[in-house]
Write a protein that binds this ligand. Sequence first.
Ligand SMILES: [Zn+2]
Length: 1024
Amino acid sequence: MLKKHRGIRKIVEDLYPDRAHFIYELLQNAEDKGAQKAAFLLTDNSVTFHHNGTPFSEPDIWGITDIGEGTKAGQEDKIGRFGVGFKAVFAYCEAPKVWSPTFSFAITDLVLPKSISPRADLGDKTCFEFEFNNPKKKPSDAFAEVRAGLQELVETTLLFLTNLQSITWGIEGSEHGEILRIQHSLNHFEVLRKTAGKTTSSSHFLKFDQPVKDLEKQRLAVAFALDVLPSVQTLDLRKPLAKQVKIVPAAPGRVAVFFPAEKETSGLRFHLHAPFVPELSRASIKETPANQPLFEQLSSLTASSLHQIRDLGLLTLDFLSVLPTPQDQIPERYRAIRTAIIREMNNSPLTPTQSKSHAPAKILLQGKASLKELLSLEDIKFLVENDNEPPQWAIAATQRNTNADRLLSSLDIKQWDIEEFVQCLSEKASNGSRYVASLHRWLTGPDQEFMSWLGARQIEWHQRLYSLLYAELNPSGRCGDLKDLRIVRLSDGNYSAGPNCFFPSENIEHDDALPRVNGGLYTSGKSKIHQENAKKFLEEIGVREVGEPEQVEAILKLRYRSADFKPRKQDLRRFIALVEKDPSQAERFAEYFIFEGSDGKWRTPAGVFLDSPLVDTGLSAFYDALGKNGKRVALSASYQDWGISLKKIAKFSEAVGAQTQLEISTAHCSSNPEWAHLRSVGGDRYTSPIDRDYAIVGLKEVLSKPSLAISSLVWRTMTSLTAHGAYLRAQYQKSQSWGAHYGDSQIVHLLREASWIPQGNDSFVRPCQAFRDSLPEGFAFDPGWPWLKAVRFGEQERLQAEGEKKKQTTAKELGFQDSKTLERAQEFATLPLIDQERILAEFRSKQKLQLPEHEPQNPALRAQRVAQQASRAPNNTTEDRSRSVSTGLEEVKQQTAEYLREQYTADGEMICQICKEVLPFKLNDGSHYFEKVEFLENLRKRYYQNYLALCPNHSAMFQHANESRKMLKDLFAAMEGQRLEVSLAQSEATIYFTKTHIADLRQIIKVDSAQPGSPTDSDKNSGG
Ligand SMILES: [Zn+2]
């Protein structure tokens, strides 16, 4: 037996080597006995403890003495059992003494109770006395350890006890203190610590407890630490708790088995208590299935406590940071508590909402604060799809990555943020087709209910909406995505899409033609940021200031639609000016009836064509020829009277789409003359078919009666299409792999076969018969144009030219200069042989003839002599010019004949100065006959050098068919070389002079002009 006891002692000493842990065992005993008060008194060599619980019973005696019971295997898992810890007193005391109203005894040898005399002074209290008499521990050590134990008594020591409310302690000759538990309300507890009669600390808790299942006397509990709000001086228990305290995280949350298990960690931020089976030391909870039900019950207790916390007004954003998050390190057996909390908050109205109520997290929405501010509960109820309970906004943590934020993120709160809101707007306010996910179908135009909802919002609300959208979408450049949405509030309360709206102008708030946005959208309210952002948003989605294009558009809508047609002349000036300034504006007019046709009806640009008097296009002739099939009419001639330059009208009309040339239309290859070839392309199936041909509607009919106007129109049209070679070809294909067959387009076929090319006056020929040089004026021509080649323009001429070229080549190959020479040679060859020989002989004799040169031997001397002679020359009279030799002196005649014979005779043969050939016949005296013809008229005197030697033929020509007569003097003065170019009998000729004759004549002219009384025109006239 003693042996066994010695083992027990060792266990005790090992477990609590230096801690007065028996303090807790004594307190536990007092609690079990229903004591409200307990007290320790420490002296140098003992510690006493008393409480006012029920007196000792016999089983109690066996309970604290029967060590064996407490150590048997299997017994320790029995929860709520008085621990083995009491035995720890034996580490300090060999013989504890106990006084109780019922029994007074000492324990010796660890187990043997021995009766001692009672103490009358204790009344109904139970008292324990432990003298520090263990030989293994000096009394001073014992004293120090017990004092430390008493000083370390924490608030939570009393928190989970039911009966004990006060623990006092005193150290003889030193300090004394008290821990006091006060219950303020059902769940509100305060634990006070006093030292020397003064309160040194005060801790408040919210505690929720309930009986342990199947162990009704025991309770388990969860307790949350409270902190008094900074604004509260002293707690006023008559006022609501929620206004004075908040729940704060316990650091750390403790786990207690009545008293804190020092080494147990829950990872939670609140305290737990249950009568767990502890490890022997009571410092931690034993890992045993026996404890499992307690964990489960704690989970549900914690979850249900949330309801009470909410009802107390303490389930706030602050409180959320006390609850466990998925990021917390929580030992596995405590995780059920976290799971239970999250489940409860998801499904019960426990999660704080934006509107300061509570709701199940599963119906809550989370979004940006600005969005929550914009959209009320009613709004999201309307906007967000929900099956049963209407959604609400969840509260948001004030900071990211805080415990409250993490907790909220772990709940079933649905994200419904800017993205979702924009998506919602796109679904409900889109002008175009929109896919409605809930209906699984496409709808067109905005949702009417949504539009009424939007219409009921205030202007300032719209401002906030735009400002929000701008702030959220602009950084990523996405405002433009909302261009199509009818969310722009107009001055009349209607809605439109941005690009259709305009800002109000200085004087115009409202305008039917140019819808204006409500100015309040960016001017109302007090927030500059909202105002600015709203305006920027409107700009981003296409709202504009009104400019000239917009005003013109408005005029078009107002007055030039078929439904509501009231044209005004002055508008055209404005239209023209707009397109002149910005040609891209021309498209704007396509749909409007802006032109008056020659038939008096108003038409769109596609309904009219231009022709004289505006521009000469020939289209009138075309449409006349087309008859009723024409789809356009000429622009009314009345435009001449509008006071606008016709050039401007024409330019504008053409720019907006009035017709000025023929229109090419696409056609099917089946009408092409080459259809047989085109269709013969390979391929069985039409996998990638091409059937492309081009035609001009009415062209065939019109070309059958050609006119210069129509030809010119066709010519101009084809020329303008030069860049689009495609129009010249037809293409037919069935499948890619077989390729296509090509042919000339129908246009080309028509133009090639018809006689429409004008040549000279009133003559029309096929292109192949045409000559470029015969084209009338105004037909621009470039032989490189593909269309001219395609219609084979001038092909016959070209073929002829080619034939000619061939002849030339042949002639050269045969040694002739050109084909004409060859032709002459051929002709020569057909002459009789005798003639050929005669001609050749004449030719040869001529070949030998050399023109007389007669260079003066001494020019200076000769000139002097000529001048002397000239001064003596007889006067010239101007009578009888028709005769070959004027009246004059015989002497001159004689001198002339001699002079000319000498000058123009070489090798015994005299020549004519003009034909440069030997004179045709000789006189009887054997000399050549020649005529002496005066060369320059109007010289004052008659000089023998001033005559020409000519054959009779050229003599007559010179005198009677001389177109150069009046200019001879000038021509002679300017002559270079020996040949004077003159025009005789309508052809060019030259007069040959010897060098001497030239020098003499020049000297004479010089002398003659120096003579006094040179003849003038008046002299001549009077002489005649
Ligand atoms: Zn002659």
